[in-house]
Write a protein that binds this ligand. Structure first.
Ligand code: BG6
Length: 484
């Protein structure tokens, strides 16, 4: 990529990094935390280790925050684990859970780092799944409201940026991968009921944040993957629009307008789907005005026309990290995804396409006119320590630099973006590949094998080693975002 321009980032732009509780904390059975459905899901991703230890951020957060400070980060986006705060069905608040996040937040603020907090990043407590029916039942709404109110009351004096539900669209599109479809008989139809309940929870969080947190701002976190048409054949353009609708636009429209789009109402009618919308629901959703859009954007997709009689093909994600194992989906009558010959791919077959970031920001700004913050963007790779004791990650360094440059160009295009949080600060557990798929600026010196062999986290060194990308980010931030 040529850096032939020097885009200006607005004053106070947040340069940060991102994580999620279940992927970074470990300590899953400590200080009163009870299991989450995503813990059980992570136990099924053999041969990889589960989330029992990961980066052990729960015990080492102070060391991690010190490294963030040294890097010059001005924001850190992390999530709160619901079963750490409300460990059981009686709804009692766990003081040890509150204490952990109080300490983390205080440590961040003392380091000059703005906390950006996700309320829900996949860790539904098992008690809520078993006793209330989880996302399948409307009984989850008051339980979620109690949890988020507790967070707002405990941390809202210091945390002013809140995120509701991480990648609701991905949870519905990839229900199996993330464990959301477990026990649901007719996923094709019932996922829309689940989606509606999630929207009500999102709206509840937005409304409560505005009521409880003085000066609090809150937004949703869609996972956004721009979709290009494979060719200028008009049918390919419609296929790209269909793919965009069914994987992301449906969600963004609902967050922005508080109601479902005519496209979706028609789709439900044509497929005999009842999302179980009850009186008062749409009013609740309309009242929930998001202050911004938090955007997770890693890659792009390419779509081509799929005739109604095409053979359906499920999206099979690459679960091994061996290039070429991904199978693109075919949705007859709507779209087929396909390989893009103009971009490189990661070892997990994710498109490496920084220009998609500029596209995403332009597209979302044009459609919704909401300020945006990037809450995830990064490159997953196999990595290890070099003989010189360092960790060289040139592909990540290029990826982050190229994406930041495209964000700068989008800002010059007139888009309102106020921060960038790369996924992730330290290596942590991936959704499907344990510790083997690394994203961090900071290497955690461990492996799946090492973690599987012990039940005692104190036997693991888990040494933190800043990678080359860390040092690049550090000098980029120190230069006032001018030194590419
Ligand atoms: C995002 C999720 O979609 O992608 C994260 O919010 C996840 O939780 C990240 O880790 C990267 O995905 P993966 O599968 O490589 O861990």
């Amino acid at each position: 990529m040529h850096y032939d321009w020097n885009p200006r980032f607005p004053k106070g732009f947040l340069f940060g990094a991102s994580s999620a509780a279940w992927q970074v904390e470990g300590a899953t059975t400590e200080d009163g935390r009870t299991p989450a459905i995503i813990d059980l899901n992570s136990q099924k991703k053999a041969p990889f280790v589960d989330n029992k230890f990961t980066a052990d951020h729960y015990h080492r957060y102070a060391e991690d925050v010190a490294l963030m400070k040294e890097c010059g980060l001005t924001s850190y986006r992390f999530s709160i684990a619901w079963p750490r705060i409300i460990p059981a069905a009686d709804g009692a608040v766990n003081p040890a859970g509150i204490a952990f996040y109080n300490n983390l937040i205080d440590e961040l603020l003392a380091a000059g780092i703005t906390p950006i907090v996700t309320l829900y990043h996949y860790d539904m407590p098992v008690w809520a799944q078993e006793k209330l029916g989880g996302w399948r039942s409307r009984e989850i709404i008051p339980a979620f409201a109690h949890y988020v109110r507790t967070c707002f009351e405990a941390f809202g004096d210091r945390v002013k940026y809140w995120l509701s539900i991480n990648e609701q669209n991905m949870q519905i599109c990839y229900g199996d991968w993330l464990g959301v479809s477990k026990g649901v008989e007719d996923w094709f139809r019932d996922k829309w009921k689940i989606n509606h309940i999630m929207n009500l929870c999102h709206a509840t969080a937005v409304n409560l944040c505005h009521e409880v947190v003085d000066g609090g701002k809150i937004g949703p976190v869609p996972g956004y993957v721009p979709i290009y048409p494979e060719t200028c054949r008009p049918e390919d353009q419609i296929a790209a629009m269909n793919a965009e609708e069914f994987t992301e636009k449906i969600w963004c429209d609902t967050y922005a307008y508080g109601d479902y789009s005519p496209f979706l109402y028609n789709y439900w009618r044509n497929h005999d789907i009842d999302p179980d919308i009850r009186p008062g629901d749409i009013e609740t959703m309309k009242r929930a005005k998001s202050d911004f859009l938090a955007v997770n954007c890693y890659r792009s997709n390419t779509a081509r026309h799929a005739p109604a009689d095409a053979e359906a093909q499920e999206y099979l994600l690459n679960a091994s990290g061996k290039k070429g194992e991904l199978t693109f989906p075919v949705v007859p009558g709507q779209y087929a995804l396909t390989r893009n010959p103009y971009v490189e791919y990661t070892d997990w077959d994710w498109e490496i396409d920084p220009v998609a970031m500029r596209y995403a920001l332009r597209y979302l700004w044009d459609h919704y006119r909401l300020p945006m913050v990037i809450t995830e963007n990064g490159l997953g790779a196999h990595e290890s320590k070099s003989p010189d004791g360092k960790v060289h990650d040139p592909r990540r360094l290029d990826y982050i630099r190229d994406n930041l440059y495209q964000i700068g160009l989008a800002i010059e295009d007139g888009v309102d973006v106020f921060g960038y949080n790369a996924w992730t600060f330290t290596d942590l557990l991936s959704t499907g590949n344990g510790m083997a798929k690394r994203y961090g600026f900071v290497f955690i010196d461990t492996t799946d094998e090492e973690q599987k062999a012990t039940d005692d986290v104190s036997t693991l060194a888990l040494t933190r080693i800043p990678k080359d990308s860390y040092y690049w980010y550090q000098s980029f931030i120190a230069s006032g975002a001018t030194q590419w």
